[in-house]
Design a binder for this molecule. Sequence first.
Ligand code: AMP
Ligand code: FES
Ligand code: ZN
Ligand code: ZN
Length: 330
Amino acid sequence: MTYSKCRVCREPAIIDLPRHNANFCAEHLLQLCRRQVQKAISDHDMLSFDDKILVAVSGGKDSLAVWDILTELGYRADGLYVGLGIGDYSDISYDFTAAFAGERGLDLQTIDLRGEYGYDVPTAAKVTKRVPCSACGLSKRHLFDKAALDGGYDVVVTGHNLDDEAAVLFGNALRWDVEYLARQFPVLPARPGFPKKVKPLVRLTEREMAAWCIVRGIDYQVEECPMALGNKHLAYKEALNAIERESPGSKSAFYLNFVDKMAPILAGHSQAASGELNDCAVCGSPTTGETCAFCRLQDRVSGREPVPVELVLNKKARKAYLAAQSAAEE
Ligand code: AMP
Ligand code: FES
Ligand code: ZN
Ligand code: ZN
């Protein structure tokens, strides 16, 4: 599809961005993305050129794009991929990540949950009877922190974009969950036992990141995680997209104004960030109890027979998953 003219150079545009009320050619789309990342970094003091940076890469568009942008801007950034054992989805995600790193000569560390910790996300979901994203998120957070501290990294970068953050904010605001709201900022400073964590893509949307990857020739995992199908997060994204269509710019105003205006008001309201912490008796990570949530999960699920992905999906998600599998086999 071609749109009229690029706002900057008047050459034919490749994308329209209603929230900027403008169209952009490939070159100026890249420029816009770079500038938004630089603005997020400088507004929130996210990164410095001396930092040793660890980018958590899932093989999806956002994390590959943020790794690409940071490297292009001159930051020193290695990648970290966690193999979650979610069937073909994980295998394919790894292939995209490894190909990206290999083509660019970037360093990629990998952690395999089943190989190193004796479990995978579907099995953990089945045993704990919780939604898969809960064991998944807990495992990822723990492993990102550990890899960063063990490897002497100054900061962990994730690829969360404006759509992700606005959807999480929407969910937290629907419940007025002050504890979560108080931690939902694009930078979490380092604390004893925790590395600094930053989200440089918070000013950019999913669509802009997909366009970045297409223009830059980056192949990425297009599929959503099969375990996330039908979760609330996706429903919140759709709700915000409906509002955005009626009123372009609302999504970024909702999230970015929250960050600007609520950060000072909510500062200090997170108990998790301010409470007393002990060292986990098993792994030494900070925890409020005796053993940390990761070690408790591992203790419960490690060594169990692997459970196939389709067995932990609800009916609707299983149907979509099996249909996608048979389409892929044809
Ligand atoms: P998600 O929680 O899947 O929305 O992913 C949010 C961010 O977490 C991504 O942009 C990545 O930075 C990181 N991430 C997700 N999955 C993985 C993974 N398997 N390995 C490393 N990083 C990941
Ligand atoms: Fe974590 Fe799907 S990536 S449950
Ligand atoms: Zn242009
Ligand atoms: Zn522990």
